[in-house]
Write a protein of this length. Structure first.
Length: 256
């Protein structure tokens, strides 16, 4: 069985609300531009203007926090919904920027079947993310390890989103995919998850395959920080790892 790129995008858009606007790709440019130092430096500078931050480390982190969610989320969403993942390879892919300067979408050039294994997708994702991370680290001053942590949190979050109500399927998918990435780079962090109920009770997930108990919801226990709290007038995110644990659980419980 074969599946077209357009077909898997359309099926994903129906199933995953996070990706409901991927039918149009205005003003696309080649995805390999993301490995161009001047192009990425311009993204960092644009983020600085929008957020009023003079710290290139903060601006590079903010841009990547959004971009990595798009670059990893689209292959994950298509793969989990259809069994055919949008190929994350930069060669042949196209991207566009939203009005706010963030990466708006990724149009793949081909698809990768993942019904039997996520290995091919994981290796392709590593090959696409690595050069972008290397160049972004160079132009922004953000450590590569920190950028990889953001990428793995994006993988975990988008996998949970694409899984819908069966969030254990999402955590298992993320764990399997990141295990492939770690085979290429052992320094990439292992994904972590936590199950929270509305009574502010939290249970660390030791096995991502463990079913989510009734009344609880599974969240990514983030290893990365987007640094938005360092922007004038902004605070820490709901799941920020720099919040006190009890404060973070309280905020997550409100989402349950």
């Amino acid at each position: 069985m074969t599946e077209s790129v357009a077909g898997i995008y359309a099926r994903m858009a129906l199933a995953v609300p996070f990706f409901d606007n991927l039918s149009a790709y205005p003003d696309t440019v080649p995805a390999v531009l993301m490995t161009d130092p001047q192009w990425l430096a311009a993204r960092v500078a644009d983020t600085a203007e929008r957020w009023g931050s003079a710290d290139s480390r903060v601006n590079g982190t903010l841009w990547w926090y959004s971009a990595s969610s798009t670059l990893t989320g689209i292959p994950i969403g298509t793969g989990m919904v259809t069994g055919f993942a949008a190929d994350p390879s930069l060669n042949g892919g196209r991207i566009f920027l939203r009005d706010n300067g963030y990466l708006g979408g990724f149009a793949a050039g081909s698809v990768i079947p993942i019904s039997r294994s996520v290995a091919e997708l994981g290796h392709a994702m590593f090959r696409s993310l690595s050069p972008v991370i290397e160049v972004l680290a160079e132009v922004s001053g953000v450590r590569q390890q920190a950028l990889w942590a953001i990428a793995t949190d994006s993988i975990a979050n988008r996998s949970l989103d694409a899984a819908g109500s069966a969030r254990e399927r999402g955590s298992a998918f993320a764990a399997g995919l990141i295990d492939v990435l770690r085979g290429e780079n052992p320094g990439i962090p292992v994904p972590r998850f936590v199950d929270v109920d509305r009574n502010e009770s939290a249970v660390r997930v030791s096995n991502p395959l463990t079913p989510v108990a009734s009344g609880r919801r599974r969240f990514t226990q983030r290893a990365s920080c987007c640094l938005i709290y360092e922007v004038p007038g902004e605070g820490k995110c709901t799941s920020c790892p720099k919040r006190a644990p009890e404060d973070r659980v309280r905020a997550l419980a409100a989402l349950v």
